[in-house]
Design a binder for this molecule. Structure first.
Ligand SMILES: CC(C)(COP(=O)(O)OP(=O)(O)OC[C@H]1O[C@@H](n2cnc3c(N)ncnc32)[C@H](O)[C@@H]1OP(=O)(O)O)[C@@H](O)C(=O)NCCC(=O)NCCS
Length: 159
């Protein structure tokens, strides 16, 4: 089934929240936010994520299948002068066909085109995500302290 990667759009806040909750329930060890915390977030949080994407300040991407269901997501957010890639998740039924690579690549390209280094982290033991990010040109940056709950920080440089 064909999957399209695109920015989340106005009016999709509820669907964006639901796919984020699916990600946290499916892969709690891959993320630092507890699912109960995400469940409690008001919809305005997700509306603002979409609004900031429309303003060009962040990039909240969704992967959408042919029926219109959100089957993946990832976001690029400003972080200490870099872009930080967060929330990378693909529905288990859609894994292994390049959707994860496209989500991360789109955010990295958006950042690099603007002359901003791009940062991504993995949780301890998440070797498949680590391999994916290395393949996309991210390199370990041992000089940068990992955010809480993260293991390896990787950077793709803009120059
Ligand atoms: C990490 C993740 C986003 C990758 O998404 P994806 O769409 O499978 O990514 P791709 O298809 O581009 O590449 C995935 C890799 O798995 C391989 N693969 C093949 N079939 C697969 C399957 N059925 N399931 C998972 N991986 C598969 C791919 O060939 C590729 O190889 P590699 O591990 O040597 O790099 C996805 O596995 C996921 O959502 N995991 C749980 C959440 C998570 O760990 N997020 C990252 C937080 S840092």
């Amino acid at each position: 089934m064909g999957v399209t990667v695109r920015p989340a759009e106005e009016g999709e806040a509820e669907a964006l929240k639901q796919v984020r909750l699916r990600a946290l329930r499916d892969s709690p060890d891959a993320f630092t936010q507890p699912v109960v915390a995400a469940e409690a977030e008001p919809i305005a949080v997700y509306e603002e994520r979409i609004a900031s994407t429309v303003r060009g300040e962040t990039l909240n991407l969704v992967a959408v299948d042919e029926s219109g269901t959100f089957v993946g997501l990832a976001a690029g957010i400003p972080w200490e002068g870099r872009t930080r890639v967060v929330s990378v998740w693909v529905d288990p039924a859609c894994r292994g066909s390049g959707v994860g690579a496209e989500l991360v690549e789109r955010i990295a390209a958006w950042s690099i085109e603007r002359g901003i280094d791009c940062q991504i982290e993995t949780a301890p033991g998440n070797d498949s995500a680590l391999r994916l990010y290395r393949r996309l040109g991210f390199e370990p940056a041992p000089d940068i302290d990992p955010p809480d709950g993260c293991d390896v920080v990787l950077i793709r440089r803009s120059a």
